[in-house]
Design a protein around this ligand. Structure first.
Ligand code: FAD
Length: 501
């Protein structure tokens, strides 16, 4: 994928797209794959980089959601478990089976969670990842050598999927492009265009040059996630918000805090949430929180209380205490929860919503989760076909392979930083093949260096900027401004330093 080619495709004069998709996160990319694979002409515009929003900030689980089982939302869990199975089949390189252990410190916990997780197995049916089972205290310690043993009675082990969210996003972009879609990052929708009161196109702004151009489409799909109300207000200035944004924060700790292969699942934290500590890319991800926020922002920052809460909860289960200075990185994302009746976000459904504006025909798709992106896309494209009287073609993504080329061989070579799994070859490839345009794209999403070790990522930024400048034909001023921009951004993730300085 080359941005220049994509942009030229988007600007092709007089072209009428079947679908214009606004937003290049899980939802928009899934819709682009689905619609293009059905043979529709698709243009996707992402104002920032692919997965810059919530889709690079998840807990990285492909799961049915044990939490939704606790809420009694069986239909949602079943749907998500089926999608988990389909994704593992269609992108086996991207979905990893992970064992999760629910440790028990009270007599009732093992039977209680054991029964719940048996139901989880049952609901997965043919899409199961492995049967859950009871563990003795010794077996819990074997799976999680660093677990707090004081009062440990045993536990329950179950299986779920784990992935690299930003990597799946780029794989979906490649898959959509392979099906003929045009996808442009750094290209914002700044206005909608109507004909006879119906939304029939948009004004796009190329974020690199500032140029604006118009595109026309039979149907416009708003997949802007937590920002979808902003897009709805481009259609109708007085549109009532449908999203209740809520922030979720994660900490990243060194792998020695959880050296085994199993993850810890805490089913009930002090604030009534589920919390995970999960091995991920030779680190440990701990999360998450749920804090209602007034509005979505592209770079949400974790609050000090969230970090304290996550650290304190993790430390209750770990024999070796993690200190603030151990935190390698902290990242936060905004849940695009669909606000059914306002109120507390913890009780809102994670199910998705399709909303067709009765006046303008703008199709908004919001809510859901990464795990169910394919199903959301199927529903959205079905609706788009009806809405715009496009040829009715069936969805094919249940069996469509996702283009997740294994690039490890091509990415061998000199590591740019001893603490980071990033090579010069990988940086070049991300520029040439995966539309990386900024230092942040390479360090935060094409690789996950920013999440793995924020301070090391800052140290690697000058080398990355130099390599990218050579690839993209940029000058010294660009290199300097990119290093400065990335350093400022990454400082927000480097909470360990912030809190110990
Ligand atoms: C803390 C947290 C943990 C989570 N963990 C999990 C998990 O483990 N498993 C799971 O399945 N799900 C998880 N989720 C849910 C999942 O991450 C989200 O449901 C999903 O990523 C939402 O994708 P999206 O495409 O709707 O939104 P986004 O990823 O935010 O994408 C919207 C995009 O629209 C773009 N945009 C906005 N305005 C415009 C415009 N005017 N023009 C062009 N583009 C625009 C934005 O830049 C953005 O990239 C988690 C969510 C959070 C917050």
């Amino acid at each position: 994928m080359k941005r220049e080619t994509m942009l030229a495709g988007a600007r092709e004069h007089g072209r009428l797209w079947d679908l214009l998709v606004i937003g290049g996160g899980a939802t928009g990319l899934g819709i682009a794959v689905d619609a293009a694979a059905r043979g529709h002409a698709v243009l996707l515009a992402e104002r920032d980089d692919f997965a810059k929003g919530t889709s690079s900030r998840s807990t990285k689980l492909i799961h049915g959601g044990v939490r939704y089982l606790q809420q009694g939302n069986v239909a949602l869990v079943m749907e998500a478990l089926k999608e988990r199975g389909l994704l593992r089949r269609n992108a086996p390189q991207l979905v990893l089976d992970r064992a999760f252990v629910v440790p028990s410190y009270a007599w009732w916990e093992s039977p209680f969670y054991g029964i719940g997780l048996k139901l989880y197995d049952l609901l997965a049916g043919e899409y199961g990842f492995g049967a859950s089972r009871h563990l003795t205290a010794a077996e819990v310690v074997a799976a999680i050598p660093t677990i707090e043993t004081d009062g440990l009675l045993g536990g329950t082990c179950y299986y779920d999927g784990q992935f690299d969210d930003a990597r799946l996003a780029v794989a979906l972009a490649r898959t959509a492009a392979g099906q003929g879609a045009i996808l442009v990052n750094y290209c914002a929708v700044v206005a909608l265009r109507k004909a006879g009161g119906q939304v029939r196109g948009a004004v796009l702004r190329d974020g690199e040059t500032g140029d604006e151009f118009e595109v026309a489409a039979h149907v416009v799909v708003n997949a802007a996630g937590p920002f979808c109300d902003e897009v709805r207000r481009l259609d109708a200035a007085d549109a009532e918000p449908i999203v209740a944004p809520s922030r979720g924060t994660h900490l990243v700790l060194p792998r020695q805090f959880l050296p085994g292969e199993a993850a810890i699942m805490v089913p009930h934290t002090d604030d009534g949430r589920v919390m995970f500590a999960i091995p991920w890319q030779e680190r440990v991800v701990v999360g998450t929180t749920d804090v209602a926020v007034p509005a979505a922002t592209p770079e949400p920052r974790p609050a000090a209380e969230e970090i304290e809460f996550l650290l304190a909860t993790a430390n209750r289960y770990l024999a070796r205490v993690a200190a603030p200075s151990d935190i390698l990185s902290a990242f936060a994302g905004i849940r695009p929860l669909v606000a059914a009746h306002g109120g507390s976000t913890a009780s809102l459904s994670r199910e998705h919503l399709l909303l067709i504006d009765p006046t303008s025909g703008l199709l908004t798709v919001a809510g859901g989760k990464w795990t169910t992106y394919r199903r959301m896309a199927e529903d959205a494209v079905d609706a788009a076909q009806t809405l715009a009287a496009l040829p009715r073609r069936p969805c094919v993504t249940a069996t469509l392979a996702i283009d997740a080329a294994d690039t490890r061989a091509a990415d061998r070579g000199h590591a740019l930083h001893p603490a980071l799994p990033l090579t010069e070859a990988a940086v070049r490839r991300h520029c040439r093949e995966d539309m990386a345009r900024r230092v942040e794209d390479v360090l935060a999403r094409r690789s996950r260096c920013l999440l793995l070790d924020a301070r090391a990522a800052i140290e690697a930024a000058p080398a990355v900027a130099g390599l990218m400048a050579a690839e993209l034909g940029r000058d010294g001023a660009w290199v300097q401004s990119e290093i400065a921009a990335f350093t400022a951004l990454a400082a927000g993730y480097d909470v360990g330093r912030r809190r110990t300085a």
